[in-house]
Design a binder for this molecule. Structure first.
Ligand code: MN
Length: 128
């Protein structure tokens, strides 16, 4: 495990989706930090400074929108790309999600190849 291995924070309260995202990323050589608790997300971002955040929008007790806005309002972490994942399917929802400040949006259920391509694209944009 080299120090250049990109780390991805996954925030997802659905156990099966979390396992899918985590297995995909680990098997493609990424480090993973994960939580099912959206209220932990901001402190985990600051603690781990991941290369990318995968953010479920529909979480218990907090909206992914609010977490994205918090991350994007803090100078030290706002450069970290965020990919929102949600079962919302309507056009208006997509616009609302992107307007929250995240870099990309992937509808659930995910397709594996586009998911991995999107992850790789946005991790590359975060290289210093
Ligand atoms: Mn959820």
């Amino acid at each position: 495990m080299s120090e250049s291995t990109p780390k991805v924070l996954i925030v997802e309260d659905n156990v099966l989706n979390l396992k899918l995202f985590k297995d995909l990323l680990l098997s493609h050589g990424y480090d993973v930090v994960d939580t099912k608790d959206g209220l932990e997300a901001l402190s985990l971002v600051k603690e781990h400074m991941p290369s990318l955040v995968i953010m479920d929008i529909q979480l218990r007790g907090v909206s992914g929108f609010d977490i994205i806005k918090q991350i994007k309002s803090e100078e030290q972490i706002k450069h970290i790309p965020i990919i929102a994942v949600t079962a919302f399917a309507m056009k208006d929802d997509k616009e609302k999600i992107l307007a929250s400040g995240c870099e990309a949006y992937i509808p659930k259920p995910i397709s594996i190849v586009p998911f991995l391509e999107t992850v790789q694209t946005y991790i590359n944009t975060n290289e210093v």
